[in-house]
Design a protein around this ligand. Structure first.
Ligand code: SAH
Length: 213
């Protein structure tokens, strides 16, 4: 019999072996238990390094990809971070351990309500979860030090680029929704935008408008 503690140890070991080496990110991922974010049938697989289905036909991302994206974002304790694609709330919870303030947006009201309940239960008081079409960002809280998008668009949405601070970083998957996408990092400077490609990934698509539930 393998115990929960052993599973968690294995989980952290797998993250490290897949390149999540930043000490602060590892610490945050050790602190945030993935199990509460995975409901029902799949909860016993919470410590596997695999994406899993959640409500509204969406997925909680693969933990090593969450770790690598968080690491690429270089979050500091003073940062105000925007996440597009709350989903289960897992990524937002990890960001909340690293940043001053996290805004997270999903087009499904049900996912936002469920994520809020978990944030509250785990005393993650620096997260604001909002139901809206995240392609437009959150103009009344802009600009953001860091922006992370966890659904794939063909190109970085221009309102998000506009809401990124000079010196800020945005990490997002780009490419056709049903194909392999590239995870890219955009840095904004006085002179413009610099892009670099991190790896290939597969995310659900960034869709327009609000979801039905
Ligand atoms: N970060 C999540 C995984 C997100 S899955 C986690 O840690 O669990 C991608 C999410 O993006 C889905 O929940 C989907 O509803 C949401 N999404 C897709 N298009 C969107 C849009 N235009 N605005 C806001 N959310 C969107």
């Amino acid at each position: 019999m393998i115990t929960d503690a052993e599973r968690k140890m294995q989980f952290l070991y797998t993250l490290r072996s897949k390149g999540v080496t930043d000490a602060r990110v590892m610490q945050a991922m050790e602190e945030v238990d993935r199990a509460p974010f995975v409901t029902g049938l799949f909860s016993e697989r919470a410590y596997e390094d695999t994406p899993l289905p959640i409500a509204c036909g969406q997925t909680i991302s693969q933990p090593s990809v969450v770790g690598l994206m968080t690491q690429a974002l270089k979050v500091s304790a003073r940062d105000k971070v925007l996440e597009i694609g709350t989903g289960s709330g897992y990524q937002a919870a990890i960001l909340a351990k690293l940043a001053r303030r996290v805004y997270t947006v999903d087009r499904h009201r049900r996912l936002v309500i469920e994520a809020k309940a978990i944030f509250e239960a785990h005393r993650l008081h620096n997260i604001t979860a909002i139901t809206s079409d995240g392609s437009f960002g959150v103009p009344d809280q802009a600009p953001f030090d860091k922006i992370i998008v966890t659904a794939a668009a063909e190109d970085p949405p221009s309102p998000l680029l506009a809401q990124l601070k000079i010196g800020g970083i945005m990490v997002l998957p780009v490419g056709q929704s049903d194909a392999v996408q590239s995870l890219i990092r955009v840095r904004k400077s006085e002179t413009g935008l610099d892009y670099d490609e991190l790896r290939s990934v597969r995310f659900v698509p960034l869709l327009e408008g609000l979801g039905k539930d």
